[in-house]
Design a protein around this ligand. Structure first.
Ligand SMILES: Cc1cc2nc3c(=O)[nH]c(=O)nc-3n(C[C@H](O)[C@H](O)[C@H](O)COP(=O)(O)OP(=O)(O)OC[C@H]3O[C@@H](n4cnc5c(N)ncnc54)[C@H](O)[C@@H]3O)c2cc1C
Length: 387
């Protein structure tokens, strides 16, 4: 027997350092996360602050950023960390993606030196948590329509509006909020506790239950001039951050798929049906072979995109291709693995159904599969079909 990842010898494409980082994150997940994550999922409660500190100690928060207490590692190393985190649970990877690729990246890329000094070292250490508020109740796929406004009053900014589906929202120490100004869309750093800012958690989620998802209400939130991110103008600011986070998902989704496939292979080997192991049937082997193919192709694509990112040539369309393919295939793998586990596949005793329902969120956030399809359609035809 060979491991599903060995089929394509993906490891041969990695450096010793990358393998070491992957193994370290895997060990942390095995020790600190896997024993508890089904319980967090079931109760819908996540010890986010404690986890952030632990993840900060391991060095995965903003690990692809340079300076300010960040590790400055390559894109593939970051991707592999996302893969291992998501093999534990998509909610954990979401915490890390939002912290490092959305909130920290926004500050790192567009912030003033003072903003960077104030927030980044503490966020890298996991002592401070960030969130990223772009989506609104009426504007998800089309953020250009946002209604949240930031208006000048004397030397201050005053923000009004509602942001929806915000990961880490109620546990964040700082929210990166995108709002409409007379000068187009701009980003603002809103510290928790600022009068007029409230965060209400989204209840009754069936997916990403081991993740905090909140509504942020901004009711006359008054901020000083220096709260604005000076380097971001227009929608390209938030879209630049989303591109970073999507890249992590290209790897992350394969982590969820790998965990499902390893679980299913073990289960099918143990489970006897009609007096033979389930894995001895051709129908089962076809499912396993097809899943191993999609997993291997997805991993190769992820590493390839990572190398392009490291070379500085990765395009947003390539990230869309990776996100679209790998999340779609991961979800398909999770669903097929669920069938192999039979009735056991619907319980939290095994990680498969948890991954499957989590991946439904991953399919929707950071650009839905339809939006990434339209991105590729535009790239191939030159005709935008969004409107
Ligand atoms: C768990 C979770 C966490 C999230 N975290 C964050 C966060 O931290 N920060 C943040 O800002 N947002 C976050 N989001 C929001 C997420 O980015 C949006 O849900 C996503 O962009 C889709 O927006 P929507 O839900 O409003 O769907 P809509 O935009 O209303 O789309 C509904 C359906 O219409 C389709 N559609 C839209 N436009 C077109 C078109 N032109 N042609 C054909 N079909 C189309 C979509 O693909 C989708 O299938 C999160 C969402 C979830 C579920």
């Amino acid at each position: 027997m060979i491991a599903p990842t060995a089929l394509f010898a993906v490891d041969t494409l990695l450096t010793d350092e990358e393998r070491e980082i992957r193994n370290t994150v895997r060990k942390v997940c095995d020790r600190e996360i896997r024993p508890h994550v089904a319980g967090w999922f079931e109760s819908g409660e996540l010890p986010a602050r404690e986890l952030a500190r632990g993840l900060g100690e391991v060095g995965v928060l903003g690990m692809h950023l340079e300076g300010y207490g960040c590790a400055g590692l390559g894109a593939v190393a970051y991707g592999l960390a996302c893969l291992e985190l998501e093999a534990a649970d998509s909610g954990l990877r979401s915490l890390v993606s939002v912290q490092g690729s959305l909130a920290m990246y926004a500050i790192w890329k567009y912030g003033s030196e003072e903003q960077k000094q104030q927030w980044l070292p503490a966020m890298a250490a996991g002592e401070r948590i960030g969130c990223f508020g772009l989506t609104e109740p009426d504007f998800g796929s089309d953020p250009a329509g946002m209604r949240t406004t930031a208006k000048r009053e004397g030397g201050d900014w005053v923000l009004n509006g509602t942001k929806m589906w915000i990961t880490n929202g109620s546990v964040a120490d700082v929210a990166v909020v995108w709002a409409r100004t007379d000068d187009g869309i701009r980003g603002f750093l809103v510290p928790a506790g600022t009068p007029g800012l409230t965060a209400n958690d989204v209840k009754h989620k069936v997916s990403l239950r081991a993740s905090v998802t909140s509504e942020l209400v901004l009711d006359g939130v008054r901020l000083p001039e220096e709260a604005m991110l000076p380097g971001a103008r227009g929608l390209s600011g938030p879209l630049g951050c989303l591109n970073e986070a999507r890249f992590g998902i290209v790897f992350g989704a394969m982590g969820a798929a790998l965990d499902c496939l390893e679980t299913a292979i073990a289960y099918a080997g143990d489970r006897e049906v009609f007096a033979k192991p389930l894995s001895a049937y051709q129908l089962t082997q076809e499912k396993l072979a097809d899943m191993a193919l999609e997993l291997g192709k997805g991993l190769l694509l992820a590493v390839h995109l990572g190398r392009l990112k490291e070379a500085g040539t990765l395009t947003p369309e390539q990230v869309s291709a990776g996100k679209l393919n790998n999340v779609r295939e991961a979800l398909e793998i999770a669903r097929t693995c669920r069938t192999l586990l039979g009735a056991s596949g619907i319980t939290l005793e095994y990680p498969v159904i948890r991954h499957a329902v989590n991946l439904e969120s991953v399919l929707t956030y950071e650009g839905t599969s339809e939006i990434h399809t339209l991105v590729l359609g535009k790239a191939l035809t030159g005709i935008p079909a969004f409107h």
